[in-house]
Write a protein that binds this ligand. Structure first.
Ligand SMILES: O=C(O)c1ccc(O)c(O)c1
Ligand SMILES: [Mg+2]
Length: 629
């Protein structure tokens, strides 16, 4: 398997695109005609530039409205093709993509099209060139790869082959089993794109909403498995028309693209009968047994406030690091680390972002395997000097430059607390409020980065995404995407802010980027927890009283229950699996907060309540009575 990407997939000037594509590790690049036309160098310059970046031109495209033209247009169409052949020879590529005709004047007829391709094949062969035919999902007569293949078969020419594009076939739900009977040497190249399932006109959907394999909802891995069953082992080439990517960072989008192909190759390798594709093997996706700890970087000044918050939440200091200014606050299986070091990564994180949760540790079965997989998928490893005798915990960079530590559930973790830490007394000795686990970690990212991190988490860890939902903030929409495992031992919610006036957007704007916005802890009994919290001096986020009348009516709650919820500022939700109770802290710093939940079978995250919670949080961000900036 070799990797390629079409220049149309990313933003930037031509040289910038090529640099990003090469840096991300691709082997080849499809030259999109418009990128080439807009560039002010000769075709030879382009060819040389591509070579200098260590890339191969996989094809030149598209050549449109070719087959089945009536006599009056036909000879001009062939002349056009000869002109493109000239360009290809100067560029130094031998393959051109012809997409199926959309012209209203074109004539149907498989044999007519086959005859046209036979003649084009003769002309191409004279120059040592090849032509690949692709069925556009909206082609006038040909819109199905099975028909394109039939035309290629009847054209019966060595220089004519078929080009498969996952989008066109999957968007039309064409049986992909039909690919298995195409001879591999007649598949000239395979283009790949995914897309979110949205009911939309095919052309509009294709030109604006394609995304990287794994980022959308189409069964791209099954598609590639069918291709691999033919024995095809050539280029897999991304062709992603996406408005957001075209305006995004060429570097970041290229990295996502490469990751998507490596992950795809790994998925296909694991399917039966896909032996055709040579894909490097890598360890399984890492299954996560839980969040081992979350670490905050804080300055001396604001540590006090966070410690007070920890105490009010019922956490007790149980350990301190033997050589560093790091304390462990614990309750149930939850460990929160407070790092006030003045050198090292935590201190840098503090300098840049202020007090924040800058690292989380995930418990995995085998740290070295998890690390190997992460690195194979382009994650950035992180390490910093450790003191003598201390453990060097493997880590990768996560959302917004935060860290994800990978710790082995049994051996390492036990050893971390034994080797690096020593027990400590907490004079404040607060009472536990019954929190026993991290329910979820909520991260806030710029909207444009959501797909990046979705692919990051789902490709490295044994997780699934659920459909994106819109959360209404009084100042805009925030998109929310859940990534979780079947066991519910890893739950990450990712909120993508489109503007800085939303609560999520505010955090990004004020803290220099994405990060952990809130941590939710689980309790078995929210009312007992609420009572214990009150006695610890905890102030719950005040929820508008109007909310309670609505849920009473909506869910048919007993007035006595509604009263209890209201008096404790607890939010309520229910799905077909069970009930959900949510209680929030006030904000800390530029919008960080804690949540406490009780879930009895409930699968969601209270999306319907988010607007009320956000409104309440926003009231806290500005002094009472002051208008919003
Ligand atoms: O949208 C298009 O016109 C178009 C062009 C070339 C392709 O390979 C394709 O998949 C779509
Ligand atoms: Mg295509």
């Amino acid at each position: 398997m070799k990797t390629s990407i079409a220049t149309v997939s990313i933003s930037g000037e031509f040289p910038e695109k090529l640099a990003a594509i090469a840096k991300a590790g691709f082997d080849g690049v499809e030259i999109f005609e418009n990128d080439f036309l807009a560039f002010d160098g000769s075709p030879r310059d382009v060819g040389r530039m591509v070579q200098d970046f260590g890339l191969e031109i996989t094809l030149f495209q598209p050549f449109r409205d070719f087959e089945g033209m009536p006599e009056t247009h036909r000879s001009r169409t062939f002349d056009r093709a000869e002109r493109k052949f000239d360009v290809m020879q100067e560029l130094g590529t031998d393959l051109v993509l012809v997409c199926s005709n959309v012209s209203p004047v074109s004539l149907g007829g498989i044999d007519r099209a086959a005859a046209d391709f036979h003649e084009l094949g003769e002309r191409a062969a004279k120059r040592g060139l090849r032509v690949g035919y692709e069925a556009l999902a909206w082609g006038r007569h040909i819109n199905d790869h099975r028909d394109a293949w039939e035309i290629v078969r009847r054209a019966d020419h060595d220089s004519i082959g078929v080009i498969l594009d996952s989008f066109h076939s999957l968007a039309r739900k064409i049986d992909i089993g039909s690919i298995r009977s195409i001879p591999k040497d007649k598949i000239f190249i395979v283009q790949l794109a995914d897309a979110p399932l949205i009911g939309m006109d095919l052309l509009y959907w294709s030109r604006h909403f394609r995304n990287m394999p794994g980022e959308g909802d189409l069964p791209v891995a099954d598609f590639v498995a069918a291709v691999a069953a033919t024995g095809y082992d050539g280029y897999l080439s991304l062709e992603i028309f996406n408005d957001q990517f075209r305006g995004g960072s060429p570097r970041a989008i290229s990295v996502d693209g490469h990751r998507s192909l490596v992950y795809l190759g790994d998925q296909v390798r694991r399917k039966p009968g896909a032996a055709g594709l040579t894909v490097p093997s890598m360890p399984d996706r890492a299954s996560v047994a839980g969040v081992a700890f979350i670490e905050f970087s804080v300055g001396e000044g604001d540590a006090e406030l966070l410690i007070a918050m920890m105490h009010a939440l019922g956490f007790r200091k149980t350990a301190i690091h033997k050589t560093k200014n790091v304390s462990v606050y614990q309750q149930g299986d939850i460990r929160i680390l407070l790092n006030t070091e003045e050198v090292g990564f935590a201190s840098n994180a503090y300098a840049v972002r202020g007090a924040s949760a800058y690292a989380m540790a995930l418990q995995v079965e085998a740290t070295s395997a998890a690390m190997a997989r992460a690195v194979a998928l382009g994650a950035e490893p992180f390490s910093q000097p450790v003191g003598p005798g201390e453990l060097d915990i493997p880590a990768i960079r996560g959302v917004g430059g935060t860290l994800i530590y990978l710790v082995h559930a049994k051996s390492d973790l036990g050893r971390v607390w034994e080797i690096d830490f020593q027990p400590a007394e907490d004079e404040a000795a607060p009472n536990s409020v019954g929190l026993f686990a991290v329910d979820h970690v909520a991260q806030t990212v710029a909207y444009e980065e959501m797909l990046t991190w979705l692919l990051f988490y789902t490709s490295i860890f044994e997780t699934k995404k659920s459909p994106m939902v819109d959360i209404i903030d009084p100042s805009g929409v925030v998109r929310s995407q859940v990534i979780q495992n079947d066991e519910g031992t890893l739950r990450i919610t990712m909120n993508g802010a489109e503007n800085r006036r939303t609560f999520a957007g505010h955090l990004i704007a004020e803290t220099f980027g994405a990060g952990i916005q809130h941590i939710a802890f689980r309790t078995e009994d929210i009312f007992a927890t609420a009572k214990a919290l009150r006695s610890n001096g905890f102030n719950a986020l005040p929820i508008s009283p109007n909310y309670y009348g609505d849920i009473e009516a909506r869910f048919g709650l007993l007035p006595s229950l509604t009263e209890r919820l209201k008096s404790e500022n607890i939010l309520y939700d229910r799905d077909e699996h069970g009930e959900y109770f949510q209680l929030y802290s006030g904000t800390y710093g530029e919008g960080f907060f804690f949540e406490i939940v009780q879930r009895s079978g409930y699968q969601g995250y209270g999306a319907a309540n988010a607007i009320f919670r956000i409104a309440a949080l926003k009231r806290q961000l500005r002094p009472a009575g002051m208008p919003r900036a």
